[in-house]
Write a protein that binds this ligand. Structure first.
Ligand SMILES: Nc1nc2c(ncn2[C@@H]2O[C@H](COP(=O)(O)OP(=O)(O)OP(=O)(O)O)[C@@H](O)[C@H]2O)c(=O)[nH]1
Length: 417
């Protein structure tokens, strides 16, 4: 749309007013001229006839006195009238002129106006008048031309006036409206739509358009506000859901401990930290004793409850915020204790062993409750050791604890490299 050249509406309207006005004026002048041409000749002829009659009334006295000095001036005065080609006073009944003005066109022709000159009811001569039709037509055309020029001048004045009014009442307010709309930017849709029009008692279409645009502006603003609020609300919901998802992705749903995925991400970091800063790191394997028997005897729901209680106990009993626990698989958990010496890890495992034995009581359907025990394998990270090797050593200690009768803590002895 912006490729199309701009043309002010006032200019377009003015041009079409000028063209159509000129065409209308030409048509009007043509019609008037045509009408004038037909009637003006008749009117002029009638006027000349009246003048001839007045002359025929005034002349008899001078003719009677046979006084050409009196007749001639009257004929000359009358011949000055436009359209008179020839004027003559003729002898009564004859064609011989007593006095005449103009070219002698009467020879062999009959006069256009032929009036008797009467004295006391007796004809004492005749007044003959020939009309100059070419002069009459010329005067008609001159009158037409003058009226056309006057119409043209009137049209020019009218067009100028229309142009001024269009500029003031249409072009300028429309330009102000366009400028005000251009000022509305995405960041400031609320900018006031002011056309700076002088105060008036009435409203026009431009006021209507401006009012409609203001209404639209308010509705768009309200809609944008609603959208902003909705987006903010949805963003908050999404963020909460995302947080929840993040937690769920790394959490074992049954026990609330880290899951195997979280372990595989966090454990290498713990080992890398211990290696880089040469800090102590210990791991403790935890496994519920004879868990298969529990499942087989009391059913999987009770087995699940045992695992949930064990997981909760492990999570809540961990010493520092840097310690963490993951469900390694089945009924097996692994505790990762950064900054813990072997002894500290053994002490923690022993404390947990006692708590499992004393505190976990899973109520049974038939009455009473189920008491459990757990075995622990403990190992401390040694310089140069990989995470897998550390886990293998702790797992081996768990196996040893099981083998030694369960419900005990078995620490790994340091391996001399
Ligand atoms: N209820 C329940 N049972 C599970 C779950 N994961 C693994 N198990 C069961 O845990 C049992 C593990 O048994 P085993 O590996 O033989 O070990 P155990 O019976 O505890 O014997 P020890 O470890 O030698 O004391 C199997 O019967 C698995 O089916 C679980 O999420 N819920």
């Amino acid at each position: 749309m912006s490729d199309v050249p701009f043309q002010p509406i006032a200019l377009r309207l003015t041009r079409s007013v000028v063209i159509n006005g000129l065409l209308a004026a030409l048509l009007l002048c043509g019609l008037v001229g045509w009408w004038e041409r037909h009637t003006a000749l008749d009117r002029l002829e009638a006027a000349l006839r009246v003048q001839g009659e007045e002359l025929a009334h005034a002349l008899p006295e001078a003719v009677w006195q046979v006084s050409p000095d009196l007749v001639q001036p009257q004929l000359e005065a009358a011949s000055k009238r436009v359209g008179v080609a020839y004027l003559a006073v003729l002898e009564p009944g004859g064609s011989r002129p007593i006095a005449e003005v103009g070219q002698q066109q009467l020879r062999g022709l009959s006069a256009d106006i032929d009036l008797p000159l009467l004295r006391e009811g007796r004809e004492i001569g005749r007044l003959a008048m020939m009309l100059d039709r070419a002069a009459i037509q010329r005067s008609v055309y001159e009158a037409m031309l003058k009226s056309m020029l006057a119409s043209l001048a009137l049209i020019v004045v009218m067009v100028g006036l229309v142009l001024l009014l269009l500029r003031r009442h249409l072009q300028q307010p429309m330009q102000a409206l366009a400028a005000a709309l251009r000022r509305l930017e995405a960041e400031d849709l609320g900018a006031h739509l002011d056309l700076h029009r002088p105060p008036r008692r009435t409203r026009d279409e431009i006021d209507e358009v401006a009012a409609a645009l203001s209404g639209l502006q308010q509705r768009v603003l309200r809609h944008v506000d609603e959208l902003d609020a909705r987006v903010a609300e949805r963003t908050e919901q999404l963020q909460r859901a995302l947080e929840q998802l993040k937690i769920l992705a790394v959490t074992d749903p049954l026990t609330g401990c880290h899951n195997r995925l979280a372990f595989s991400q966090k454990f290498p970091e713990a080992v890398a930290h211990a290696q880089r800063y040469e800090r102590p790191l210990a791991v403790v394997f935890f496994d519920v004793d004879r868990f298969k028997v529990i499942n087989d005897t009391h059913g999987h729901p009770i087995g699940d409850r045992v695992l949930a209680d064990a997981g909760q106990l492990l999570r809540e009993t961990l010493r520092s915020s840097s310690d963490w626990v993951a469900r390694y698989g089945g009924e097996e958990f692994v505790l990762v204790l950064p900054e813990a010496s072997l002894q500290q890890a053994v002490d923690a495992a022993e404390r947990l062993r006692q708590m499992v034995e004393q505190d976990i009581r899973v109520p049974l359907d038939g009455g009473g409750s189920l008491q459990i025990t757990a075995s622990f394998g403990v190992a401390q990270w040694q310089r140069g050791e990989t995470g897998e090797q550390l886990l293998e050593r702790a797992d081996a200690q768990l196996y040893a604890a099981k083998h030694a009768g369960r419900n005990r803590v078995m620490p790994a002895v340091a391996v001399i490299a």
